[in-house]
Design a protein around this ligand. Structure first.
Ligand SMILES: [Zn+2]
Length: 241
C-alpha cells in the first residue's frame, strides 16, 4: 500500500517536472514568446532590465566578445565604435569605443574597451542611480573620471614602478573620482568618503555595489593611491576593497 502511494507521488512529480520542462523549452524557443527580455536567455542583455537569475549568464555572454558587447551597450550607452588601437607591444585598446554617456548620465568622452563600459553601464543602472535615490533623493547626471586608457605600469605606494603593466594599458580599467547630481550638488571621494554624511554613505554603497559588476574594485580603503578615486577593472581576481 505504502509502496503504491510512493510510486504514485513519484510519478506525479516526474510528470509535473516533464510538463514544466516542455513549457520552459517552448517559452524559450518560441519566436513570439511572452517571456520578458530579462528572463529570455536567447535575447541579448539589456542594461535597463531588472536583475533576474539569468542576468549573470547574459552579462558574461555579452562580455565575451566585442560584437556582443556593443549590442548590449547600445541599450543604454552613448558611444561611437573606433578601430582597434595598437600602441607598441604592451598597450592598446581592443573593442575600442569612445563612451560619452549612460542613460541620462553624461560621461566626459573617454576612450575605453566596450567591456569596461558595459560594466560601468550595469553599475550605473543597478547601483549608482538607486543609491542616489535612496540616500540623496536625486539622480546622478554626470560621472567624473580620471580616464581609462593609460599606457603605464602599475604604480606602487612608494612611487616606484612595478614592472607589471597596469590594466589601464589596455583600457580594461577606469578610475572614477566623483559624481554630479540633478539637484546641482556634487560629490568626490576626496571630499566625502570618510565624513559620515549621506554622500559618504552613497559613495560606500556605490563601492560595495561595484564589486558585483567589476572583477576588481579598489577604493580609498585599499591604499593611499586610491584616496581620490575608485579603480574599477574588467579583468582580474575578485579584489573588493
Ligand atoms: Zn586605475
Amino acid at each position: 500500500m505504502i509502496g503504491k502511494v510512493i510510486i504514485s507521488v513519484f510519478s506525479t512529480i516526474l510528470s509535473l517536472a516533464l510538463t514544466g520542462g516542455v513549457v520552459i523549452v517552448f517559452l524559450v524557443f518560441w519566436e513570439e514568446t511572452p517571456l520578458p527580455n530579462a528572463w529570455n536567455p536567447r535575447t541579448s542583455l539589456r542594461v535597463q532590465d531588472p536583475i533576474t537569475s539569468i542576468t549573470g549568464f547574459k552579462f558574461s555572454r555579452a562580455l565575451r566578445n566585442g560584437a556582443a558587447c556593443t549590442i548590449a551597450l547600445k541599450s543604454a550607452g552613448s558611444y561611437v565604435e573606433l578601430p582597434t588601437k595598437t600602441d607598441g607591444e604592451l598597450c592598446g585598446i581592443k573593442d575600442h569605443i569612445l563612451l560619452s554617456g549612460i542613460g541620462n548620465m553624461y560621461v566626459k568622452p573617454v576612450n575605453t574597451r566596450c567591456q569596461t563600459a558595459l560594466r560601468v553601464a550595469m553599475w550605473t543602472e543597478h547601483v549608482i542611480q538607486p543609491a542616489a535615490q535612496r540616500n540623496l533623493n536625486t539622480s546622478v547626471i554626470e560621472t567624473h573620471h580620471f580616464s581609462s586608457y593609460n599606457c603605464r605600469e602599475i604604480r606602487a605606494v612608494n612611487n616606484s614602478g612595478t614592472k607589471r603593466m597596469s590594466t589601464h594599458a589596455t583600457a580594461e580599467a577606469i578610475d572614477i573620482q566623483g559624481f554630479s547630481f540633478a539637484d546641482d550638488t556634487r560629490t568626490t571621494l576626496l571630499e566625502h568618503w570618510g565624513d559620515g554624511s549621506a554622500k559618504s554613505k552613497f559613495l560606500k554603497e556605490v563601492r560595495d555595489g561595484a564589486c558585483d559588476w567589476f572583477r576588481v574594485t579598489l577604493s580609498p580603503e585599499y591604499n593611499s593611491l586610491h584616496a581620490d578615486h575608485f579603480h574599477l577593472q574588467h579583468t582580474g581576481w575578485g579584489l573588493c576593497r
